[in-house]
Design a protein around this ligand. Structure first.
Ligand SMILES: [Zn+2]
Length: 154
């Protein structure tokens, strides 16, 4: 997608929340507590609620965005920028483009996206990226980031 069209499509956080929500529903949500697969969505706290046992899971949980306080829109824009630039864009540049004050959360976001893209490359060599491929709907924890930065520097 052309970048301009992309910014028009995901022009605000509500649109991005909707997109992620629909993508997760499409991929299927299984209740961790009872294994049921139909959920309703609670707009007020952005959680899926199991229709059977009423257990709730957050929109971001179990995705690359879990434990991040950055807007979902940042993630979507960042994934797009990194895809267009073949991952070579610097973190400082991304921070500047997003207009975010702090470097650390942006650094962490980029590390997580890079890791997902790397794992995805190993899986399918020739498939083009798209927003929220199932690979982005997986949790990346700090241990995986540490392991990766360690192996990259040695
Ligand atoms: Zn349940």
């Amino acid at each position: 997608m052309e970048l301009r069209a992309y910014f028009e499509k995901y022009h605000d956080e509500a649109t991005c929340i909707e997109e992620l929500k629909n993508q997760r529903i499409q991929n299927g949500i299984i209740c961790k507590k009872c294994g049921h697969d139909t959920h309703s969505f609670r707009q007020n706290d952005l959680k899926f609620q199991c229709r059977k046992c009423r257990n709730r899971i957050s929109l971001r949980s179990g995705t690359v965005m879990e434990n991040s306080n950055l807007p979902i829109r940042y993630w979507m824009i960042c994934i797009e920028l990194m895809t267009l630039s073949h991952r070579k864009m610097s973190i400082l540049k991304i921070q500047y483009l997003l207009g975010h004050k702090r470097y650390e959360p942006i650094w962490l976001m980029v590390q997580k996206i890079r890791l997902v893209m790397k794992m995805r490359d190993e899986k399918y060599r020739l498939r083009a990226y798209s927003q929220f491929d199932p690979e982005f709907l997986q949790k990346i924890d700090m241990l995986m980031i540490k392991r990766k930065t360690k192996s990259a520097s040695s």
